[in-house]
Design a protein. Sequence first.
Length: 375
Amino acid sequence: MNLVCKKENLVDGLDMVMKAVASKTTMPILECVLITAEENSLKLLCNNLEIGIESFCIEANINVPGEVAIDAKKIFDIVRKLPDGNIFITCQENIMVIKGGRSEFKIQCMDGTNFPKLPDVDKSEIYKIPSEILRSMIKETIFSVSLDESKAVLMGELLEIKNNKLSLVALDGFRISLRRENLNENYSDTSIIVPSKTLMDISRILTNSDSEDVLLYMTGQHALFELSECKIVTRLISGSYLNYENIFTEDYKTVIKAKRQEFLECVERASLICSDDKKRNPVKFKIAEDKVIITSNTELDQSYEELPANIDGEKLEIAFNPKYLTDVLKAISTDDIIIFLTTALNPCTIKPFDSEKNEALDNAKYLILPLKLKG
């Protein structure tokens, strides 16, 4: 192998595919990046057998084609520290020579023939998702994914296409996040459970991508996401997802309309009192006539906030884990929100609210279980 490419292009490509490098493995090859030089382009591939990321062609001058596997972290650390400009790479007898400016490194590499290739995914049916929509949907739901490894199904998000609408659902047993958007074309109904790490990686890569659609293909155990700069193949989570629609209810007794940012700031201040409290005391909400009184207290400290709000229905007192609330309030983008409550022991539903149209928006809704009030 003998090639020349720009440092910037190689660093960007390595940074993208390294999200699929295995962190703990008994197979050293999975800690490597596969570098394939052919014609006038360079391809990079990392694959930890759960998720694989392959860059599309990186511009390079290929003098001698070839394919090798090399420690991904090592080559990334070397290349990004080299001076700006061209990088010269040659390989011979399992030694890679990397030159940039006046620096030179000789690193051991491996034959690329034993590197695991990406699984084949059937491309007979394609789903097109606008990249900006997918990125925002992931960002506005991913925080509700479970971290409990005994509940593998809940460690991913349900990606559901039904009636030409895309839904992304995450839940952890204490809260549910749902985002839904219309698709521009007619598609057959389907659903898959995508690991949360895969969605996080897609979201990070899309941050720097253009406005092209993400192309989604699915097969029995895998899904393929084609982005503008790379393709990602992920193993799907098997199992049945919860029937989330039946958990949301339209039976409510109290409705609160409030300014999202003001509500967020009140909850954040109240949570300062109990953030270091080992007992994890909740933040309490007393629904009055035209305001919500927000309090928190520990054995030594207490806080008090008044939030102006439009209240309709019965008055009540209820308590929540403040982090669950702040996650939702940060995810919603509208200036106003609407909260639906039934009793102090039943979950609340939060939706974005359009003040100009005076209606709740149905493209997002969040459900949070309350905490039991003491005394």
